[in-house]
Design a protein. Structure first.
Length: 181
């Protein structure tokens, strides 16, 4: 019986410590809650860079953390590809081709990367650069839309397209990101 009581006391102490850690490091805990399989070291590093970039660009760290989970599950080397059958070139007709559209932990669109003069290869190899770049892009939407739209951050995924023309896409992305908050 004594061993059982000691085990319960230790469990409660660990839970209390974890709660205290989450009060001090909420972004780290958000990352670990969202993706429990991520290593502690990687979660701390992502949290550090998210907090740094969020302060630098004036965006909410918790929202950006949720966006990173939705976009890449915190994977630096994430690539979003669009694949289809080749029909333009008669020599390759019917062959499957894939084109990379979004890259890195923040899944920056390749056209957006070009517009911001970002290094697309570095977005998949340099964690700090990738997180900072995504925060920079998100900050543009924040500056442009936060005064008129409560959920301005949805534009990170749907861009400048009007909410009225794409209500389903808006609501879908909103619910997907909110589950990670």
């Amino acid at each position: 019986m004594r061993k059982f009581l000691v085990a319960i006391a230790m469990t409660l102490a660990l839970a209390s410590k974890a709660k205290a850690d989450c009060e001090r490091q909420p972004i780290y805990c958000q990352i670990k809650d969202n993706n429990p399989n991520i290593s502690d070291t990687k979660a701390h590093l992502i949290a550090k860079y998210v907090i740094k970039s969020s302060k630098k660009y004036g965006i909410p760290a918790n929202i950006y953390t949720a966006i990173l989970m939705q976009e890449s599950s915190y994977r630096l080397n994430a690539l979003n590809k669009k694949c289809g059958l080749q029909d333009k070139n008669p020599l390759n007709y019917g062959q499957k081709t894939c084109v990379v559209q979004d890259v890195g932990i923040s899944q920056i669109n390749v056209k957006t990367a070009e517009a911001y003069k970002l290094d697309a290869a570095r977005l998949t190899t340099d964690l700090e650069y990738s997180i900072d770049s995504g925060a920079m892009v998100l900050s543009w939407f924040h500056k442009r839309y936060s005064k008129t739209e409560k959920n301005w951050w949805i534009r990170y995924n749907v861009g400048t397209r009007a909410k009225e023309t794409m209500p389903t896409a808006w609501e879908a992305y909103k619910s997907k990101v909110k589950r990670w908050l």
